[in-house]
Design a protein around this ligand. Sequence first.
Ligand code: ACM
Length: 540
Amino acid sequence: MHLKIVPRPVSHGTRRGRFVLDGRTALTADPALTGVAAWLRAELGQVTGGELLPGTPGPGTITLGLGDDLGPEAYRLSVGDDGVAIDAGGPAGAFYGAQTFRQLLPAAAYRRSPATEPLVAPGVHIEDEPRFGWRGCLLDVARHFMTKHDLLRFIDLMALHKLNVLHLHLTDDQGWRVEIRRYPRLTEVGAWRRESQTGWNGAMDGRPHGGYYTQDDLREIVAYAAARHVTVVPEIDLPGHTQAAIAAYPELGNLGTPLEVRTTWGIGRNVLNAEDATVAFFKNVLDEVLELFPSPYVCVGGDECRKEQWRESPSAQRRIRELGLRDEEELQSWFIHQFDDFLAARGRRLVGWDEILEGGLAPGAVVASWRGDLGAVAAARRGHDVINCSNTQVYFDYRQGPGEDEPVPFGTVLALEDVYAFEPVPAQLRDDPAAERVLGAQCGVWTELIDSNRRVDYMVFPRLAAFAETVWGPPGRDLEDFRARLAGHLPRLAAIGVEYRPESGPLPWQTRPGVPGRPEDPKEWQATIDAWTSNLRDLA
Ligand code: ACM
């Protein structure tokens, strides 16, 4: 029997019999697993029309229990005439077992109305657990805002693929998306822009864009994610990517003249100044962020900070002298260190993009390596934990095919099979004990050119399914096997209403003639990568 489970479970075998889910199905759970039971009742109740009341373990009942011998995310699932039994090392494992059970049912099990066909799961025995503890996805809600409703749906889709970290990119030049009570202008001003560039270098659209999450919204999002075993890691990007904050509070910048929230794409010149008052401002911001997000990890960005303004600013030059630093690069490192100490003192771990390696880091800091594999190698060899977010392998804003009909093409081609071929542990670390430092990997949904939830669906699915296999399953891939399972998975996405990209290419309404992308000539692309990574090569 070929099970269409995505990501692929570690092992499975067949059992006699089958299980029919209907309005009389019972559900019973160990008291430690009541949260999982509540979730499963709500999800399955919609398609059975029943209440899945507690019952006796055995035929007609789904039983969630604990298994002492299992890790917290591991589960054993057994389905047959004798009922459904999910044994797990803890709530996360039980949740993944329940997700797998749901995938044994027809795609109708993903609808929100009573099924008109029988909901039959085949007899199986599955043993499963993830390879990596960090199975993440970055979502950029700064460049284009995603409504709370769509964000909750996205969390459900991540959980369906057994991902467990949502890295929420909340602030950037083009928008500030988190309410901060102490500094209301961050959202009054910073959450809105006058207009946006269409595509990469196109005309301005002339339409205001914006939105933000209130603190109540964020508490709800965090709780919703936690119930699905997803940790939300907030990102407040510093000291670059901050024009929206500077627009709200000009004293944070270097120019002393008003700026607007940025309306175009690319790496901006406008960065924070390095005054003590600015560092204090962002510590106050983080105090509120820490209250909202219980995550042990908090990201302060640190990427792509242009240095022109610091070079030209007398006060930045004075700071460099006062602090005894060599240059602007060291000023950036000093800046990040202020937050490294701040977060460590509050029991949290700083996460930053691989630029934070330049200048040395506190031992507890985690490096999100994005410029290819090099940052991961450099960080791991320096004893830092690493998340592999390689742009050349798992950035989902990059185009999915070489065709002319690809909408708003950007970056290099990352087709489904390219993502599927991704290996979270870089080749250079394979025989190196430093490989232990790779906590996992994270795909990136950067949204400069993804201007609606429908475009998110198009860019993310089904590549997210391929990515999930790389962080959940053991090393080694079988593309044909994956494709066969994906054929059973796409109807689930369709039942949910995900407007994914067919592997054959975009549907006619998914192309976007006239919206310019940034097609990359492979040679130019390589030159860009080489320039980006020149300083990383020395560190690796
Ligand atoms: C990044 O892509 N600038 C992290």
